[in-house]
Ligand binder design. Structure first.
Ligand SMILES: [Zn+2]
Length: 394
């Protein structure tokens, strides 16, 4: 038997291992006290890069403050707003994830996002993954190890990597420990709208897997044909209505994905008929909105499209006036390195909409009450004074 000798290389590896273990232990200790009024920031992580923005709380947004260098990623501006207290962001793109369309990487992971959101007084976030059910697993780990009591959920889309319209994938998503995988979304990156440009250059940028799929693979996953939902989609919606999530006995929610305007309405109609809560995935101002709101579906409005320009804020305010805040949910669609952090994004969007006449009552509906209803959570008022969510910062 050959004797093991401590070569310089083995010693070097050992040193790396020891430092890694020590580093993890330190991080764990830092997060251990996080169960109370907000977790400690993750050292060295995105949340730990918080800048001196806290002092600017309440000051008007200066676009120079939040112009993001995509190669550096955002810095935490520390913005606060009444709208954040008790808010639930239904749409964040976080790590671990593969890069998004156009190769956009994520600026923070599920732990960092939850810690940051809790510190600002938020009630919860929904981690959206386009391509796998990881978000439900991250929600379980975050709730257990980083921010107990924080309402973290998963949102998974139905693309090729999850088998398309796939009952087995949805059932699995609902059974990941904790049962925090709650929003099932129709196709996004592999939807009909995602397949408009099938040039190799576009596929390399946006859907690289399509270059590797077997010849004859359809360019997109269909949810409708000849003005009707496909039988597979109707069947899946029926299963979603029956399934309850493991451990927490939650209901699944249908998000309509990157659908056509007609498909948004078809999906909302069928899912509401079968008793599901429905979220129209950022449909824009489509003619079907009045019909959709009559069905009791919620319309998702993304703060990432509001905060950057006055025109974006005005368009959002116009939509609120047109369909009513009671039918709208604001999610950020942030978390990428090209955007400000989701918490700052929510604040900047609230300020932008306020400047165009949206009231605090309307913001509270879109940021707090409606997301809670979508996810089957009690209204904030019912939590009672002992559960009042307080921001750590003034
Ligand atoms: Zn998104």
């Amino acid at each position: 038997m050959k004797n093991f000798t401590w070569s310089p290389r083995a010693l070097g590896l050992m040193a790396v291992l020891v430092f890694t273990v020590l580093g993890l232990a330190t991080l764990g200790a830092g997060q251990g006290g996080g169960g109370g009024r907000g977790a400690a920031p993750a050292q060295g992580g995105a949340a730990g890069r918080a800048g001196g923005g806290g002092g600017r709380a309440g000051a008007p947004a200066n676009p120079d403050d939040w112009r993001v260098d995509a190669t550096r990623g955002p810095v935490d501006l520390g913005l606060t707003d009444l709208s954040l207290i008790g808010a639930i962001d239904v749409h964040q793109h976080l790590d671990p994830d593969a890069p998004g369309a156009g190769g956009q990487v994520r600026a923070l992971d599920g732990f960092e996002a939850a810690i940051m959101a809790k510190q600002r007084g938020m009630r919860g976030i929904v981690f959206k993954t386009h391509q796998d059910p990881t978000s439900a697993a991250v929600a379980y780990l975050v709730r257990k190890h980083a921010v107990p009591g924080f309402e973290m959920f998963g949102r998974m889309a139905s693309n090729y990597s999850t088998g398309g319209i796939n009952v087995a994938a949805v059932e699995h998503f609902s059974q990941i420990k904790g049962g925090w995988g709650r929003i099932v979304e129709m196709p996004t990156r592999d939807s009909i709208t995602g397949a408009r440009d099938m040039s190799p250059a576009s596929l390399t940028q946006n859907r690289p897997w399509m270059l590797l799929m077997p010849p004859g693979t359809p360019p997109y996953i269909a949810t409708s044909k000849d003005g009707q939902l496909t039988p597979e989609v109707k069947y899946l919606i029926g299963v979603m209505a029956k399934v309850r999530t493991v451990d927490s006995n939650g209901h699944l929610v249908l998000a309509t994905g990157h659908a056509t305007p007609e498909e948004h309405l078809l999906l909302a109609t069928e899912a509401r008929k079968q008793g599901l809560q429905v979220l129209l995935t950022h449909p824009g101002d489509i003619p079907q909105l009045p019909e959709v709101t009559k069905l009791g579906a919620f319309i998702e409005l993304n703060a990432s499209g509001i905060y950057k320009t006055d025109a974006g804020s005005k368009a959002a305010a116009d939509l609120v006036r047109k369909v009513g805040a009671e039918h709208i949910i604001v999610g950020t669609d942030c978390g990428q390195t090209v955007n400000v952090y989701p918490t700052d994004c929510l604040v900047l969007a609230a300020r932008g909409m306020r400047a165009h006449g949206v009231t605090q009552r309307e913001l509270d509906m879109m940021y707090k009450a409606n997301p809670a209803k979508l996810l089957g959570l009690p209204p904030l008022e019912e939590l009672g004074p002992t559960a009042t969510i307080t921001a750590n910062r003034p």
